[in-house]
Design a protein around this ligand. Structure first.
Ligand code: SF4
Length: 340
């Protein structure tokens, strides 16, 4: 399967319902005509690893358990998924984006974690703090602090304004956050760089950026600690595998979910038709009109029932789907008829 050239311009279209349908010309091998050259019946390929990770599952369970004992407010978005948030609200869990809006004595920190400085500030304001931070995010925090204490200048590969990255950098006096080669070109020289990443970044991209730092600063010592979490690696790998075998890929996850967007980008490298949906209502029959194989994956905050509902809807939408061999045969017959 041909890889998309990273330097090619990429066009994304977003419809009113929120899904993202990339339009991408990646050459003849992946062109729509390629679909007609296949003879298999339509099938749905579900990624081996997809959907909610243990870190998010545990955080949701902890929030519910706390809410059963006393009123609790989640600070920020525990998960980027409206159906899960609605369920939590129904169980009495409140949510707030800012500490100023919290009216319960207890505040719950999400799986994304936060800095020790922020925790201290919350406690100073008189709140009790309950941390539902994922242990793998904690591991990333510890790794970054170890690098800083050992005299390495911390460089975090990730999204500057993402809550997890703000947590990872919140206890550091000096650091840089990079996500592109341009960011690396703008880094000032240091003797020693200590590189770690946001847990949900694709590991292949992280390694590319680490190599770019080494190339830009050949005289510097560059120490890399791999803090990409195992569930992210598994989902990325599984997404890559299905994308290589699919004509269209559906990625299920919240519109603001970083790891879902990363899955979309990964699938896109191997399949030109990738749709990011939040639920079954976002699916459109025409996306699958000429597909033999539909890949299905989902971000780490997507609940099982949402994935199942999307899969069920895919089956409904493609129930009367004609295998492309049949379409091909009909087209051939039509062409012959017009020649006679
Ligand atoms: S994506 Fe990884 S780091 Fe984040 S909550 Fe899930 S397991 Fe933990």
């Amino acid at each position: 399967m041909q890889l998309a050239n990273k330097s090619e311009p990429v066009v994304m279209t977003t419809n009113a319902a929120g899904p993202v349908a990339p339009l991408h010309d990646s050459g003849s091998q992946n062109s729509p005509a390629h679909f007609f050259n296949k003879g298999n019946r339509m099938k749905i390929l579900r990624a081996e690893h997809l959907g909610m990770c243990f870190g998010v599952r545990d955080a949701i369970a902890l929030a519910k358990a706390q809410a059963a004992q006393q009123p609790v407010t989640i600070l920020g978005q525990l998960v980027h998924n409206e159906s899960v948030l609605a369920d939590l609200r129904q169980k009495g869990v409140r949510t707030a984006e800012q500490l100023d809006s919290v009216t319960t004595p207890m505040v719950l920190i999400t799986a994304h974690g936060t800095s020790q400085r922020n925790l201290a500030q919350i406690r100073e304001r008189g709140f009790e703090v309950f941390e539902a931070t994922c242990p793998l995010v904690k591991h990333a925090h510890n790794s970054v602090m170890k690098l800083a204490r050992a005299g390495y200048h911390p460089v975090i590969i990730g999204q500057r304004n993402h809550v997890e990255v703000r947590g990872l950098t919140g206890d550091l006096d000096a650091y840089d956050v990079v996500l592109t080669e341009e960011d690396i070109a703008a880094l000032p020289p240091r003797e020693r760089f200590g590189v770690a990443s946001q847990t949900t970044q694709p590991i292949a991209r992280v390694r590319e950026l680490v190599a770019a730092i080494k190339e830009r600063f050949p005289q510097s010592e560059v120490r890399f600690v791999d803090t990409v979490c195992q569930p992210t690696k598994q989902r990325q790998q599984a997404a890559e595998e299905i994308a290589q075998q699919s004509d269209v890929v559906v990625v299920v996850g919240g519109a603001n979910s970083n790891n879902t967007k990363e899955l979309v980008n990964t699938c896109w490298r191997f399949c030109p038709y990738v749709h990011h949906v939040q639920g079954p209502a976002d699916l459109k029959a025409e996306w699958f009109a000429h597909a033999d194989v539909i890949g299905l994956t989902a971000g780490t905050s997507t609940p099982d029932d949402v994935i199942d509902a999307v899969e069920a809807r895919l089956h409904e939408l493609t129930e009367n789907h004609q295998p492309n061999t049949q379409i091909q045969q009909e087209e051939k017959t039509h062409e012959l008829a017009t020649l006679l």
